[in-house]
Design a protein around this ligand. Structure first.
Ligand code: GAR
Length: 196
């Protein structure tokens, strides 16, 4: 059985779908949900789902990313995951950290990568006049929102969409895509998943 740690910063809706997917004949189980923000709404949801939680607040570390990541690493080592899923984890990780977990760390990003790395992806897709938008799951490498793509899901951009409306169309696809990719990845299969 593969052990999965999930890193969050906020509401954790992707985390919930990942946790709920890991039952029955699924080859993985959740061992830790870790937030960098003590107020992350996902922490209570994880506890309610019976998953161990931890907080490593980034703020006391200021600009010292190495010290923050050493604290992260300590929590992760104790949980001993085989796979780390970043699920709305809004801290940039150093190359040293990503290298330590390379090939074992996944991220979900709300765009059709390589388009729109970084923030405000929905607004940028609308501004560009794109007919399609979506989300991607990829392996995490040292480069932000880069690394081999393990799955993508598409939605249409509709006339008059606001960023919030578009985000609300993408999120349910994230909830389908990430569990599908995690399952395949935990089986040792890196063939990308394309939805719908
Ligand atoms: C999701 O839309 C995820 O793709 C995005 O944050 C949201 C988290 O929602 N991630 C990023 O923007 C990463 N740069 P959730 O906490 O409800 O899963």
């Amino acid at each position: 059985m593969k052990r999965v740690a999930i890193l969050i910063s906020g509401g954790g809706s992707n985390m919930v779908t990942l946790v709920q997917s890991m039952t029955g004949d699924h080859p993985a189980r959740p061992v830790l949900v870790l937030a960098n923000n003590p107020d992350a709404g996902g922490l209570q949801k994880a506890a309610d789902l019976g998953v161990d939680t931890a907080v490593v607040d980034h703020r006391p570390f200021g600009k010292d990313r190495a010290a923050f990541e050493a604290a992260l690493m300590q929590q992760l080592s104790a949980a001993n995951p085989d796979i780390i899923c970043l699920a709305g984890f809004m801290r940039i990780l150093t190359p040293e950290f990503t290298r330590a977990w390379q090939g074992r760390m996944l991220n979900i990003h709300p765009s059709l990568l390589p388009k729109y790395k970084g923030l405000h992806t929905h607004a940028r897709a609308i501004e560009a006049g794109d007919a399609e938008h979506g989300c991607s799951v990829h392996e995490v490498t040292a480069e932000l929102d880069d690394g081999p793509i393990l799955g993508q899901a598409r939605v249409p951009v509709l006339a008059g969409d606001t960023p919030d409306q578009l985000a609300a169309r993408v999120l349910p696809m994230e909830h389908k895509l990430y569990p599908a990719v995690l399952r395949r990845f935990a089986e040792g299969d890196r063939t990308p998943v394309y939805l719908p």
